[in-house]
Design a protein around this ligand. Structure first.
Ligand SMILES: Nc1ncnc2c1ncn2[C@@H]1O[C@H](COP(=O)(O)OP(=O)(O)OP(=O)(O)O)[C@@H](O)[C@H]1O
Ligand SMILES: [Mg+2]
Length: 564
């Protein structure tokens, strides 16, 4: 069968679902149902500048009489359905009735009007498959935001024809919508997505138009942010940059860095801070059992100690864990003493049913590689900036060290006045064990009460999706910077509310070594912004010298051997 209209390379041609105009193929989509809510700036998410898509909109205001008639009609339908006992969709209908009533009042007050809105999305391409691929991705993004999408079949000409002044020409089903003024405003495609929060820090420049984005961490419900990215994506650099910029805007900010790789030491020293070198007790000791970290709350302390010990001995059987918990709680009950690890070992080896494997495991504190932790705390840093370096700590002991240092840092954040920042690099080390993941989540949720925010740094958001507490933590981060990621699973995509195009872009985001800055996608509240994280020349020089310096030179530097 010949289809001459489709073959003519010059003239318009039309297939069932596309139309050819000159050298362009045009593949339209209609949206018969809009979601009840859309995020601010959603049109930008649906129409990224990399995709050749047009959105054609026409809006015709309805007279007040027409609007009220329409509304009464809609309300009557809902009332009838409710009266006929459509019980399984009752709550939805109730909501519809309530919103119809609210809209009626707004119409009467003239704060809202009703509009007849025509919308068609047209994907373009130089070949039919290209136009259709663009349309497919668009449909995915539309559905991701809750739109119902429909490809007009045999109605392409009616769908793509230009708008007229009257809006009277025939259009396919799904073209027209009735929207209140707010709905029309939300469709306005030139929404200014730039965020400039007074008193905030520069987090990046828009990748599309270089518009700067300033965020004030202290102006939102959660002061905590996350930075995720593949190795070399620029996470630690970004964390350092945010610390620097935070100190410029609020010099009184105190900072604690949990630094598993020992990268931040030079930076913290250059800013007048102290570095605690944890491996083998080089800088002294933080007694993991000291209840000072919970402000003397011994029950809470016992729970945290139990979590730390489980991170150190992941193979504990249930009954061993229970015996250990009992020993820890018993130890904490003696209010006159600050317990030490030797006390714990004694309790376990001398208590009822003692000995066995548990005692053997705990020997690491008595005579093994962690014996240096036995005794009272000797480290009392007074500087406003402190980095705790875990460099040189054996990999299997890292989660344990991180856990008790997090507990110590929590106590410090609580006890010191003013704004504080806690940077936790390589946070996946805590997120992978349930007890420490739970503690990390609690920390992120609670430190706000002490004027403190956390910067959680990890390789992949997937690390946090493994446990409910990790997901809770992710939900409590006000801003999340996604740098280059090796891949984005469907689960992560759904959890973070990323569109298909965003998930496809993240593995292609350019690395600092490729372009001199870090390409990133920021999720700030409901907003998604592709940003370049750019350092000024002095910032870059300062940070790359300090962060690139590796372990800080010290008296016994030659003896250092990083096991990481
Ligand atoms: N925004 C940036 N502008 C310029 N250079 C950057 C930027 N971010 C990172 N870099 C450079 O890129 C390199 C890698 O950065 P960084 O160490 O922060 O990566 P990372 O994500 O923390 O990696 P890892 O997972 O290995 O810790 C460093 O040399 C750093 O100086
Ligand atoms: Mg790093």
């Amino acid at each position: 069968m010949s289809r001459p209209r489709e073959r003519d390379p010059r003239g318009p041609g039309e297939g069932a679902t596309y139309r050819r105009e000159g050298i362009r193929f045009r593949a339209p989509v209609l949206t018969p149902r809009f979601p009840s809510e859309v995020p601010f700036g959603f049109v930008g998410r649906l129409l990224p500048t990399t995709e050749p898509i047009e959105l054609r909109l026409e809006a015709h205001r309805l007279s007040t009489g027409e609007a009220l008639r329409l509304l009464h009609g809609a309300r009557a339908v809902v009332e009838a359905e409710l009266a006929h006992g459509a019980t399984e969709i009752g709550p939805e209908l109730d909501a519809e009735r309530a919103s119809a009533e609210e809209l009626g009042r707004a119409l009467a007050r003239r704060t809202q009007e009703l509009w007849k809105v025509g919308a068609v999305w047209i994907a373009n391409g130089l070949s039919r498959p290209r136009a259709e691929a663009v349309r497919l991705r668009l449909i995915e993004r539309l559905q991701g935001l809750g739109f119902r999408a429909r490809i007009p079949r045999y109605e392409v000409a009616e769908a793509v024809r230009p708008a007229s002044l009257t809006g009277a020409e025939p259009r396919p089903t799904g073209y027209w919508q009735t929207l209140p003024t707010d709905g029309v405003a939300a469709l306005f495609p030139f929404a200014d997505e730039t965020i400039v929060e007074p008193g905030g820090v520069l987090v990046g420049l828009g990748l599309a138009d270089a518009s700067p984005v300033f965020l004030d961490r202290w102006a939102h419900g959660s002061y905590s942010w996350g930075i995720f990215g593949a190795t070399g994506a620029g996470k630690s650099f970004t964390a350092g940059l945010l610390v620097l910029r935070s100190l410029w805007t609020r010099p009184e900010t105190e900072v604690v860095v949990l630094d598993p790789l020992g990268e931040y030491g030079a930076l913290v020293r250059a800013l007048g801070g102290e570095v605690i070198d944890l491996a083998a007790g080089r800088s002294g000791r933080l007694n993991p059992l000291d209840p000072v970290t919970t402000g003397g709350d011994r029950r809470e302390k016992a729970a945290r100690v139990a979590a730390m010990l489980r991170a150190l001995f992941p193979s504990l059987l249930d009954e061993e864990a229970a015996a250990l918990d009992a020993a820890v709680h018993g130890l904490m009950a003696d209010r006159d003493r600050v317990p030490t690890l030797a006390d714990l070992v004694r309790r376990v080896t001398e208590g009822p049913g003692a000995g066995g494997r548990l005692a053997a495991l705990l020997a690491v504190f008595a005579s093994g590689s962690l014996a240096y932790l036995d005794g009272p705390t000797t480290i009392h840093p007074t500087a406003p900036l402190v980095a705790v370096s875990f460099r040189g700590v054996p990999a299997d002991q890292l989660p344990f060290h991180l856990a008790y240092v997090l507990d110590w840092a929590y106590g410090r954040l609580r006890d010191r006045p003013g704004p504080k920042l806690l940077v936790i690099d390589e946070a996946h080390l805590l997120a992978r064990h349930r007890p420490t993941a739970e503690f990390l989540d609690r920390t992120v949720r609670h430190v706000r009460h002490f004027d403190a925010g956390v910067i959680v740094v990890s390789q992949s958001p997937e690390d946090l999706l493994l446990e409910p507490s990790g997901r809770s933590l992710l939900r409590n981060l006000y801003a999340v910077a996604l740098l280059r990621l090796p891949e984005v699973s469907n689960e992560a995509r759904a959890f973070l509310g990323l569109s298909g195009a965003e998930a496809e872009w993240l593995p292609k985001a350019r690395l600092p070594k490729e372009c001199g800055y870090a390409e990133s996608l920021w999720r700030i509240g409901d907003l998604h912004l592709p940003l370049a994280i750019v350092a000024s020349t002095p910032e870059f020089q300062f940070l790359s010298a300090a962060l690139g310096a590796g372990p800080v030179a010290g008296p016994d530097d030659a003896a250092r051997s990083g096991s990481l």
